[in-house]
Design a protein around this ligand. Structure first.
Ligand SMILES: *Cc1c(COP(=O)(O)O)cnc(C)c1O
Length: 377
């Protein structure tokens, strides 16, 4: 089955009992039992809910995994994955991971003595050097935010496997439509489904897919024990979003390429970061491991004042955090998503004060370009 067909026909199609072509929202907490312990397979909705289950089957198939899980947010998903480890374990993590992941591992998981070393995983040679006796996993995010750095998933997973580490990939930016880490050797895929998978800025959710039954059992044990599950309404909203994921990603890709071409030609833009550009440091890897480059672009306009000026002039780009929705969004990482990183560290990472990040939506690209043209004057 091709990806676009899978988005419509994957997972569980509609409702067998009524013929409804949309999976019903099972707004229910508990289930009638025929006799004590003799039930339909559903006993209590923390453990399992038919609407959530349909979503979990869908994401499992989209990521070519063994089992899928839906959580109340991307961070709840990430937390559950980290709960597979125990006190004294050490993990490696991409150095410019999502700020929430950074906070979770350095300010919460550290309380349980789960240790971390941050590595620039876009250069594979850095990984092996940091592996210790107690290292259990390699957490990769690719592409990263806001500089769109790319890690070679297949190469990284090989190093991890040779050292008995699990490979976990945050696939939020690429989505299962463009990139499937499990087929490249990863063990676990994590998504903030709040972004492209939901796609309409109306739901907060997280998804996880694992590549083997044992990991599936372990993660279900954590999911059921810690309870950060996604409710049936939000599960249904994600399934609704998933149906048009292909259309949205294709349209986003077209718009983004047009905008990147425009930005690269513009005299007031000094630098454009996008993995689809041939001069991007990891362009070849991005092309090899993903079918599209996505809708996130960062560009430098030279100073904080100029960046603020652009933001005050745009009409169709909404000033907001988050990304991956139908409407285009714009932000200044140094003042918003990355404000908590000290200025010196930001400079090291290349997150300048004049850097603007956009999440390209599915408006008409001519309007979006016209908007940027006016704002950049
Ligand atoms: C937003 C985001 C998260 C966190 O997801 P929430 O749904 O906001 O909890 C994790 N990773 C990446 C790459 C993200 O963009």
């Amino acid at each position: 089955m091709k990806k676009k067909t899978q988005l419509i026909h994957g997972g569980i199609f509609g409702d067998e009992k009524t013929g409804a072509v949309s999976v019903p929202i099972f707004q229910v907490s508990t289930y009638k039992q025929y006799g004590p312990g003799n039930h339909t397979g559903y006993e209590y909705s923390r453990t399992g809910n038919p609407t959530r289950h349909a979503l979990e089957e869908m994401i499992k198939e989209l990521e070519s995994g063994e089992r899928g899980f839906a959580f109340a947010s991307g961070m709840a998903a990430m937390t559950a994955v980290l709960m597979l480890f125990k006190s004294g374990d050490h993990v490696l993590m991409t150095d410019d991971v999502y700020g929430g992941s950074f906070r979770l591992i350095t300010k919460v998981m550290n309380r349980f003595d789960i240790q971390v070393t941050f590595v620039d995983t876009s250069n594979l040679a850095n990984i092996e050097k940091e592996i210790k006796d107690n290292t259990k996993a390699l957490f990769i995010e690719t592409p990263t935010n806001p500089l769109l750095k790319i890690t070679d998933i297949e190469g990284a997973a090989k190093i991890a496997k040779a050292n008995n580490l699990l490979t976990v990939v945050d696939n939020t930016f690429s989505t299962p439509y463009w990139q499937n880490p499990i087929t490249l050797g990863a063990d676990i895929v994590v998504h903030s489904a709040t972004k492209y998978i939901g796609g309409h800025s109306d739901v907060v959710a997280g998804l996880v897919v694992v590549n083997d039954e044992k990991l599936g059992e372990d993660l279900h044990f954590v999911q059921n024990s810690t309870g950060g599950v996604l409710g049936p309404q939000d599960s249904w909203l994600l399934m609704r979003g998933i149906k048009t994921l292909g259309l949205r990603m294709e349209e986003t890709e077209k718009n983004t390429h047009a905008i990147v071409d425009f930005l690269q030609e513009h005299k007031n833009v000094t630098n454009v970061f996008y993995p689809g550009i041939e001069s991007h440091a990891n362009h070849e890897i991005a092309k090899k491991q993903a079918r599209g480059f996505g809708g996130m672009v960062s560009f430098d306009v030279g100073s904080a004042e100029k960046a603020a000026d652009v933001l005050s002039k745009v009409q169709y780009f909404t000033l907001a955090e988050s990304l991956g929705a139908v409407e285009s969004l714009i932000s200044i990482p140094a003042l918003m998503t990355h404000a908590s990183i000290p200025a010196e560290r930001r400079a090291e990472l290349g997150i300048t004060d004049g850097l603007i990040r956009i999440s390209v939506g599915i408006e008409d690209s001519e309007d979006l370009i016209e908007d940027l043209k006016n704002a950049l004057k």
